[in-house]
Design a protein around this ligand. Structure first.
Ligand SMILES: NC(=O)c1ccc[n+]([C@@H]2O[C@H](COP(=O)([O-])OP(=O)(O)OC[C@H]3O[C@@H](n4cnc5c(N)ncnc54)[C@H](OP(=O)(O)O)[C@@H]3O)[C@@H](O)[C@H]2O)c1
Length: 281
């Protein structure tokens, strides 16, 4: 058994998977959960303070950062390495990092790309940002949970990536659900549509790299997929979806971003330029 003692605060679905993974690897693990009903089978402390005192590494996984703040408030965290895997905004992560620093602890924030069942497998990865000391000292232990990627010293950076990645994911999921509804309205099974949709999305992947370069450089003049062409394509698609009785507001919102750029006289430039419409609010 290794001597690196670990505390897990929060024994919900994620926290339980984290604690079980550390136990399996032979670490002495102390857990604390708001409701004691979830702690049987673990070495559980009666209070957060007791749990924190017993761990060199303290991992937090509660519902949101407000709960994380409540849990840690008033607890002596001096000398501890705090790793918070709770989802939230970059600002919340920075605030917790400041609190930790002012109270003598080191703070690393993590964004988890796994479900509880895949924690500790090759299908799990976690992006971290915050204290480089915690990352360096604990990365081998954190690697038990999933692939470790360190994004730098700004504690809010992992949550910043997370919001963007999850927005992309929900955009894709929303698009898929709409596609399935449209297919169903046309008498096509979702299972028949999905392989063709995936094939097209896979072929389209390189376009995202091109768009990313255009967005980062602010130069949109080299593209092949113009705003004007996509404006016309979106108008057609919106009409088609309405005709099938399955309209989707997200398409109109996307078209509004494109319309704004065309109105500004940028119709011949790349579709990626529509990103500039977001900045208008
Ligand atoms: N599950 C996933 O697949 C997954 C993946 C990535 C990220 N995450 C993130 O990980 C965090 C935990 O997710 P989860 O799936 O474990 O959620 P969960 O199963 O709903 O568990 C929530 C945990 O938070 C505790 N909690 C809630 N409010 C609290 C408060 N005010 N004070 C103290 N404890 C409080 C709960 O305690 P009680 O048992 O007493 O209610 C429970 O331990 C979330 O931020 C989630 O977004 C989860």
């Amino acid at each position: 058994m290794t001597s690196e003692a670990i505390t897990v605060l929060g024994l919900g679905n994620l926290g339980r998977a984290l604690a079980e993974t550390f136990v399996r690897a032979g670490h002495p693990v102390t857990v604390w959960n708001r409701s004691a009903a979830k702690t049987p089978g673990f070495s559980a402390a009666a209070t957060v303070a007791e749990a924190v005192a017993l761990g060199d590494l303290v991992v937090v996984a509660v519902l949101d950062n407000r709960a994380a703040q409540q849990v840690l408030s008033g607890v002596d965290v001096r000398g501890k390495a705090l790793v918070n895997l709770t989802s939230g905004t970059p600002g919340e992560a920075r605030e917790l990092a400041r609190w930790a620093y002012e109270n003598g602890a080191e703070y690393l924030h993590g964004a988890v790309y796994a479900v509880p069942q895949t924690i500790g497998t090759a299908e799990s990865s976690i992006n971290y940002s915050g204290s480089p000391l915690v990352h360096e000292r604990w990365q081998n232990v954190l690697a038990l949970l999933g692939k470790v990627t360190f994004l730098g010293e700004d504690a809010g950076r992992a949550s910043g990536y997370d919001a963007a990645i999850l927005s992309g994911m929900y955009g894709l999921l929303g698009g898929f659900l709409h596609a399935a509804a449209l297919a169903r309205a046309g008498g096509i099974k979702a299972a028949d549509l999905t392989p063709m949709l995936l094939s097209w999305l896979t072929d389209m992947q390189p376009a995202l790299h091109t768009f990313a370069e255009e967005i980062d450089s602010g130069s949109y003049t080299g593209g092949e997929s113009s705003l004007a062409m996509n404006q016309s394509g979106l108008a057609l698609l919106i009409r088609a979806t309405e005709a099938q009785g399955v309209p989707f507001g997200a398409l109109s919102e996307l078209k509004a971003l494109v319309d704004q750029q065309v109105l500004d006289g940028r119709g011949e430039e790349s579709l990626a330029r529509a990103v500039e419409s977001f900045a208008r609010g």
